[in-house]
Ligand binder design. Sequence first.
Ligand SMILES: Cc1ncc(COP(=O)(O)O)c(C=O)c1O
Length: 397
Amino acid sequence: MPGFELFGDKERREVQQVLDTGVLMRYGFDGIREGRWKAAELEKQLAVRMQVPYAQLVSSGTAALTVALACAGVGAGDEVILPTFTFVASFEAVLALGAIPVLVDIDDTLTLAPAAVKAAVTDKTKVVMPVHMCGSMADLAALKYICVEHGLLLVEDACQAIGGTYQGKPLGSYGDLGCFSFDYVKTITCGEGGAVIMRDVNLYRKADHYSDHGHDHRGKDRGAEGHPFMGYNFRISELHAAVGLAQLGRLDEFLKIQEKHYGILRQCLGRIQGVRFRRVPETGVENYSFLSFFLEDEARARKAHKALSAAGIDGCFYWFDNNWHYHRHWEHLKRAHSLSPLGKTVEASLQNQSDRDFSASDQWMGRTVSCLIKLGWTDKEVAARGAAMAEALKKST
Ligand SMILES: Cc1ncc(COP(=O)(O)O)c(C=O)c1O
């Protein structure tokens, strides 16, 4: 999936323009920046591409989640519902705000199961945060319904799914707030970076101020700016934004390549008995960054994953055993291992959740293998890869 594979002249040109002025900061220095505002320009272009009025760039996807949750008013003792299959950043962002991450089961979309979300809502819940893992989305209409019913905000983590759509809308733009990561291995990259998008001007103002120490960005003198509320430094630099500007311009080119490669591999695997693809909710269109499929049971999935590796197929993941993306091995979260006290309420809640039954998630993840889609493959390489994958899976299923 990574845009870094096709890093080239456009990226170099944008970065060079920043180096030429020497203004690496996104705010201020108007006199010497020669009219170059890479972060502001990227925000404008991202908002247009995502069909929303507002985009706020930040320093990472993790920062984007933190800023989005802060804008949603999440704070001490509030609960945020998130899936068992995600990235550790999801619960890190919640805990950073003094709130409680509530893990909830996934279904065959590999994202939040709406029925499980409904059952997990309490009077402390503030946000439902679906995570569109591996390029495909949650059943957003069902989640929105639950949010409206209970007065909650829907925050989409679209860090792994930029360019996908749901009901014709870009992923990230369906909920109240949407988050992207532009780290080095995402579909488009800034090196490190992230963004929050939204339609509501008040949420935008909060994101703008909060991500820059609470600055209200009025006037031309940073030292004289007001601070309507406290914030942090989640700023992106002009250098990172410059790379992102070039990469955003290439997003549709990258998506087209991903879709083509995904289609070829899917056709090869679709003929194999016992292989079933992940469910994409109705009206959803993936961004094709991964091809994820189920085997009939855990034993067969383990065998298939081993067979793919033995056949020299790189980039295939068995998330069930993965420490970054699946709840099973998050001992540090379950035991509240933190450098500093998290507070009695949060610690007690993590303790209470530590033995919860996630067998519904386990039965899907235990059967799942995901293979990433690279941009740099030639047609010949994809065809050969598809044939080799099919061969390995046939033998192992
Ligand atoms: C689903 C998801 N959310 C959030 C993040 C955090 O993004 P970043 O690495 O830019 O902090 C990642 C990064 O891998 C991710 O995969």
